[in-house]
Design a protein around this ligand. Structure first.
Ligand code: AMP
Ligand code: MG
Length: 372
């Protein structure tokens, strides 16, 4: 994607910035139940000075920089190894901050904010001039979210009010749900990691585009289409959300990039429980003859029935919040254990299930087998 008029060579600027190699990364533990203001000020000062701080939110850990500082955003792309036309989400802590970074606040945004903010919902709105093109990946729109995590909120305030933060993983890895995973990916690349414990939700925010009528969901998350429709009336879903073969170019620029894919070849197997187990076990036998290390992503009820080298449960089917929270951790573990062939069970797409399946489908490159 080229730079639109008025958005001078984003990539060009980035080349001018030195590789921030060998930064000493400070790990700062902040207890969310007893937030120490001195520690928050210390972290905020790093962002104000143009540095990068990873921090917990209720969705996943974010990699934060000053959203109004073009160089900070350029640094975020470098630290992640992410293409510079993949826009960042700006995190705010109050509604006054929203007014400053968007051209105007539509009625729909006010209603959604009243209902879902602070929380796991990102809104796409027309950007105001003070938001640099580097932050929006060259777009005329800006993605905004007000997170609920208390550490995140305090940090945003201490950082000047506008924190650009994509997920704090290196490009091509699952989003981090624990500070130790942030350290795995970012140690030596950013100034600070704030450890606020485990995240609550475990999957990235729902993204809804409010610059079009009716609004369109670009990425499913904890806030579902039904929840949005209760507030807004009709809401559409981007066609590329759950299907690989829609034949349409994705609307959110980041959606065109290859998402996280595990090192092993991942296949989702969908169908009646017993047929799924039989299918997967049959294929595992075959891979064993090829001397391949095999893995299965199952559930508490099924995991003991599999004969793979590494069998992991994402939790109980009765608790999809837990499945959402565990999914990225499990995927990271399969990478760490160098599993070469992975089979995953399929999940219902009600509620947060749609976000779970959206991430799993992307990780599998939409490779799905249906058995009856
Ligand atoms: P994350 O990795 O959670 O920070 O997600 C950022 C994603 O938000 C990007 O990859 C885009 O898909 C989406 N996004 C951010 N800003 C915009 C925007 N202005 N228009 C459309 N999508 C956006
Ligand atoms: Mg991400």
């Amino acid at each position: 994607m080229g730079d639109p008029p008025g958005c001078p060579a984003v990539a060009e600027r980035q080349r001018g910035i030195r590789e921030d190699a060998d930064v000493k990364t400070k790990l700062l533990r902040i207890d969310e139940h007893h937030i120490d203001p001195a520690l928050v000020r210390e972290a905020g000062a790093v962002i104000k000075a143009g540095g990068l701080v990873a921090f917990p939110t209720e969705t996943v850990y974010g990699l934060g920089g000053d959203a109004l500082n073009a160089e900070s955003s350029a640094k975020i792309y470098r630290a992640k190894g992410r293409p510079s036309d993949n826009p960042l989400i700006v995190h705010i802590a109050d509604m006054e901050a929203l007014a400053a970074i968007v051209r105007d606040i539509p009625e729909s945004a006010v209603k959604l904010a009243e209902r879902f903010w602070p929380g796991p919902l990102t809104m796409i709105l027309w950007k105001a001039d003070i938001v640099p093109c580097e932050t929006t990946g060259g777009l005329d729109t800006v993605a905004v979210r007000m997170p609920a995590d208390p550490v995140a909120r305090e940090l945003i305030r201490a950082s000047g009010g506008y924190v650009a933060a994509p997920s704090a993983n290196r490009s091509g890895r699952p989003s981090p749900t624990l500070a130790k995973y942030v350290m795995e990916d970012m140690d030596g690349r950013i100034e600070m990691v704030v450890d606020g414990g485990a995240v609550e939700i475990g999957l990235e925010s729902t993204i809804v585009d409010l610059t079009v009528t009716p609004p369109v969901i670009l990425r499913p998350g904890y806030v579902t289409r039904q929840m949005l429709e209760e507030v807004l009336g009709e809401v559409l879903e981007d066609n590329t959300m759950m299907r690989a073969d829609s034949g349409q170019a994705p609307k959110a620029p980041g959606m065109k990039y290859r998402h996280y894919a595990p090192k092993g070849e991942l296949t989702i197997v969908d169908g009646a429980a017993q047929s799924v187990v039989e299918y997967i076990n049959g294929h595992i036998e075959r891979h064993r003859l090829e001397h391949k290390k095999t893995g299965v992503i199952g559930t508490d009820a099924s995991v003991r029935q599999y004969g793979a080298d590494v069998c992991k449960s994402v939790g109980s089917r009765d608790d999809d919040d837990m499945i959402a929270r565990e999914l990225y951790r499990i995927l990271r573990e399969f990478d760490d254990e160098d599993v070469e062939v992975i089979y995953a069970e399929s999940f219902d797409t009600d509620g947060i299930g749609q976000a779970i399946m959206n991430r799993l489908l992307k990780a599998a490159g939409h490779r799905v087998v249906h058995v009856s």
